[in-house]
Each structure stands twice: as structure tokens, then as C-alpha cells.
Design a protein around this ligand. Structure first.
Ligand code: GTP
Length: 365
């Protein structure tokens, strides 16, 4: 039975402060954790076991999180306490959990992709006839510089792989989508117990030996590794659900698309949406305006406040007449006092209390 290793031990620094208190794989996407979206897709492709390659920091979060596992057994493989193993080391660490007779998937935790895993698996099996050890899912993007960029031969062999090329130097727009099928022979390419970057150390070796292949796929693909991309995937999915009915709330103006989880309550004369995701038990007062934003579970937004283009963490308490602007990110358990204005791009660490307005973009630690 094909297994999957999910790399879930990264620091997620680009998603701070929201990632200070949860790994990326637990970020809710339209009120469902990314882990659940991923497991559902893996289950459809016949995967029965997923190995979570975690760190000491991320393991407890994932273990305590209630997620429907879709019939998939979750096993944990933990990096050593003081030695994060990078993107390659955790694969070697999980070697004893993987059958040596069968190919397996490796997935970056922060990818939302509409990909048929069975197709890349088949492609890899065909590539193996040409001695492939790895097949990487490749996706075409407009700005490839943030990613690993691949150049293919006509047989889909990767002849060049450049991790994060300098602006203007990317040979193609095909980028590493963070989804791989690997042959167990890969274990010979990764030293044991060491921090290894699969992108910078292993793939270039495989390119040289002509054993790295690409599988190009279209459709939806987003790396939620940056906060604006996290908001973007929520928006895209809201659009795709636009025809589904969200429940009416008396006295509230709901501008679709929106998504409300269980237990959401909204006071009269509030205007919610478009593009508002309200997590479980979010409580919104009267005359509140929320648009283009994701509000995590348990948060309270009091009367006459507005939130536009922001990400608000779990159990945040926002006072009355507060204004939160575009690009603001509030960590879990933040408290914002009445009448505070947070302009564009203010980011607040978990647990902080904000007494005064912040009128320039800054991080409040
Ligand atoms: P940033 O700090 O924002 O760059 O995020 P990140 O640390 O997650 O790095 P990156 O997005 O490049 O990681 C790619 C994938 O590898 C993600 O799925 C990470 O969770 C995973 N990953 C990165 N470093 C480690 C590590 O040291 N150990 C494990 N187990 N996984 C890792």
C-alpha cells in the first residue's frame, strides 16, 4: 500500500505570528484544516498511511488536533530536539516506516493542490523504466523566482533544477510544487541523522545522474507559506462555493461569498462579506463590518468595529469601534481595546494587549 510522508516540521517563519501557535498544516482553509483537505485527497488516491515528519514543536499541536483522518493511519516521525533535519533529513529518518518494495509520496505541508496523486504515481512508474528515482510535480506560475525551477527534456526528465533563481534568470516558469513520488533508492542519497535540503542537495545530484523527472499538472495550486497567499486560497475556495447557500441571519447583511462555521453569532446591522470566513463560535457584535478576512475560532469582535483584509487569530478579543486594516495579522489571544485603529500591515504577537492605535506598519512583539 502506498504511503505518504508529510513534511510538517518547518518553522513557518513567513506565516508569523499566526504560525507561532500552530503548524502550517493546521491552518484552517475555509474552516477546515489544511491537513484534512490533504488527507481527503490522499484517501481518494488509496493512501492508507501518512507519516507526519514533525519537530518537537509541531508534534503536540498535530496530535491534539481533532481532525477527521478519512481512514488514514497517522504515524509520527520526529526530528531530533536540537537538530531540525530540513526537507531531506526527515525522509531518511522515516526510512524504517516505509516499505522498501514500494514507491511513496512526499508532500510539503503547506501546499493546497488540486492534483490527482494517482496520475503522478503512474507517471513515476513509467519514468522508473528510464531509471528515475524521483518524480516532482511541476506547476506553471507567473513569478517562479520564489521557488525551485525546473527545465525539462522532451521525455520529462529534469535537465536543470535551480532553487530560487535570481530575478530574471529562471529558465522556465515550471516550479517545484512540493509534491514528490520517490523510489526507495532515494534513501541512498540522504545521509542519516543530518540536516539535508532535498531541493539544494539531493535533486541536483539526481539531475546530474539523469534520475529526476517532472510531472506537469494544471489546476489549482497554492503554497500558503505567505500570509497573502493564505488569504488568497480562502478567497479562491469561497468563490468556488459561491453557489452554496450560507445561512441567513436576521438583521444581518451577508454579502456572498462568505463561510460561517458552527456556533457563529452576528449582531444586527452588521455587514459581513464579501470574502469573510468566520470560524467556529466567532461572536460578532452589532454594526460590525468584516470583509476580505479570515477570523479564526472563538474570536469576539465588538460593536461598531471593522475588519478589512486581515487575518485574526483564535480567541482574539476586539473591543468596540476598533478599525483593523488591510494586511494586519493578529496572533491568537490578542486583546484590542476600544477605539484602537490598526492601519495597513500591523502584525501583533499572540497574547499581546493593544491599548493604542498603530498608524504605521509594524510588528508588535
Ligand atoms: P518558512 O520558515 O516560512 O520558510 O517555512 P518552513 O520552515 O516550513 O520552510 P519551507 O516552507 O521551505 O519548508 C518546506 C516543507 O518542509 C514544509 O512542509 C516544512 O514543514 C518542511 N520542513 C522544513 N524544515 C523542516 C525540518 O527541519 N524538519 C521537518 N520535519 N520538516 C521541515
Amino acid at each position: 500500500m502506498v504511503k505518504a510522508i508529510i513534511l510538517a516540521g518547518g518553522f513557518g517563519t513567513r506565516l508569523r505570528p499566526t504560525s507561532c501557535t500552530r503548524p502550517k498544516i493546521l491552518f484552517p482553509i475555509v474552516n477546515k484544516p489544511l491537513l484534512q483537505w490533504t488527507l481527503e485527497k490522499l484517501a481518494k488516491s488509496g493512501v492508507k498511511e501518512a507519516i507526519m515528519a514533525v519537530s518537537y514543536r509541531t508534534e503536540p499541536f498535530i496530535k491534539q488536533f481533532e481532525v477527521s483522518k478519512c481512514g488514514i493511519k497517522l504515524t509520527y516521525s520526529r526530528d531530533p530536539l536540537k537538530n531540525p533535519l530540513g526537507t531531506g533529513g526527515p525522509i531518511k529518518k522515516a526510512e524504517n516506516l516505509i516499505s522498501h518494495d514500494e514507491n511513496f509520496f512526499v508532500l510539503n505541508e503547506d501546499i493546497f493542490a488540486d492534483i490527482d496523486y494517482t496520475k503522478i504515481l503512474k507517471a513515476h512508474e513509467q519514468n522508473e523504466e528510464k531509471d528515475a528515482i524521483a518524480t516532482i510535480a511541476l506547476h506553471e506560475v507567473r513569478k517562479p523566482e520564489r521557488y525551485g525551477v525546473a527545465e525539462l527534456t522532451r521525455e520529462n526528465r529534469i535537465k536543470r533544477f535551480i532553487e530560487k533563481p535570481l530575478p530574471g534568470t529562471a529558465p522556465t516558469n515550471l516550479i517545484n510544487a512540493g509534491i514528490y513520488v520517490l523510489t526507495p533508492r532515494i534513501f541512498d542519497y540522504i545521509p542519516k541523522g543530518q540536516t539535508v535540503s532535498i531541493e539544494r542537495e539531493v535533486f541536483p545530484k539526481l539531475v546530474k545522474e539523469e534520475k529526476l523527472y517532472g510531472y506537469v499538472f494544471d489546476g489549482l495550486w497554492i503554497d500558503i507559506g505567505k500570509l497573502e497567499d493564505y488569504l488568497k486560497i480562502n478567497k479562491i475556495l469561497l468563490d468556488s462555493f459561491a453557489n452554496q447557500c450560507e445561512r441567513e441571519i436576521v438583521g444581518v447583511e451577508v454579502k456572498k461569498p462568505v463561510a460561517f462555521d458552527e456556533g457563529v453569532s452576528i449582531g444586527e446591522k452588521s455587514v459581513i462579506g464579501p470574502y469573510a470566513v468566520l470560524g467556529r463560535n466567532v461572536t460578532v457584535g452589532e454594526n460590525v463590518r468584516i470583509q476580505n478576512s479570515v477570523i479564526f475560532p472563538g474570536t469576539v469582535i465588538s460593536d461598531f468595529s471593522s475588519v478589512d483584509g486581515a487575518i485574526i487569530g483564535e480567541n482574539v478579543a476586539i473591543g468596540k469601534c476598533v478599525k483593523i486594516g488591510e494586511g494586519c495579522v493578529l496572533g491568537d489571544h490578542v486583546k484590542v481595546r476600544d477605539n484602537v485603529v490598526l492601519v495597513k500591515g500591523v502584525s501583533i504577537c499572540p497574547g499581546k494587549e493593544v491599548f493604542e492605535s498603530v498608524l504605521t506598519p509594524k510588528n508588535i512583539i
